[in-house]
Design a protein around this ligand. Sequence first.
Ligand SMILES: Nc1ncnc2c1ncn2[C@@H]1O[C@H](COP(=O)(O)OP(=O)(O)O)[C@@H](O)[C@H]1O
Ligand SMILES: [Mg+2]
Length: 261
Amino acid sequence: MRLQIEDASVVFPAPKGAAPTEALQNIQLTINDGEFVVAIGASGCGKSTLLNLIAGFLAPTSGDILLDSDLVQGPGAERSVVFQNHALLPWLNVQENVAFGLMLQGVSKAKRYEISDRFIDLLGLQNFKKASTYNLSGGMQQRVGIARALACDPKLLLMDEPLGALDALTRERAQELILRVWEDTGKSVFFITHSVEEALFMGTQLIVMSPRPGRIAHRFDLPFSRQFLQGTPARSVKASQEFIALREKVLDIIFSDQEML
Ligand SMILES: Nc1ncnc2c1ncn2[C@@H]1O[C@H](COP(=O)(O)OP(=O)(O)O)[C@@H](O)[C@H]1O
Ligand SMILES: [Mg+2]
């Protein structure tokens, strides 16, 4: 599956008396099968707007979003979203939350629990199936959110700062887990983060966005997640000369954008 954004712009209409917000301008982006595209950029540069376009929650003001050359006209089962604040349903347990999307699709109870148990295992939640989600740690709640998104078997997983609320150690563990799940399932991923280190470590392609109006200012191909999946420890990957050099370069870009505001 290939997702293509063809020259898309988004303008939000103005509240009374104010100027409209040009949130995205002339966005050109392709997400190929199995690719892990990471977007980074200052707050307000349009990252979530871009994700909403891909998800089909929002239509572009101009330009097109294409899925295998079909026009995207709304959300669809081949795209699934993991939100920053996990958005779990507190009255359902872990298993019921993971199976929720399948229930909406009308999948029978036995079948949806069979499918959701596979992703509960993959995310290491097998001992918490019947637990209330509000008793879980932030990292585990986020894993439930990822399992729920995967259970619907999307081709493209959309994640908006999914690890932003986690402490540093849990966050590094979660990065590694997401990469292993990505490798195991062969999904395409669009992933938003504020962390340059996370962006470089996770992606196969990095887009650096610049603010007002939001544009893709730089693109980088990234080798680091593959190095990790081929056996180099995460800390060694992140401590390599190549990694540090690119990290400084991306930080320079982001800081110089900030100064222009
Ligand atoms: N529904 C909306 N209506 C009006 N303005 C919006 C809306 N959503 C986002 N914006 C504006 O568009 C810009 C980009 O927002 P967003 O995509 O949320 O940025 P990011 O996720 O990079 O922080 C911001 O200036 C924001 O205030
Ligand atoms: Mg955002």
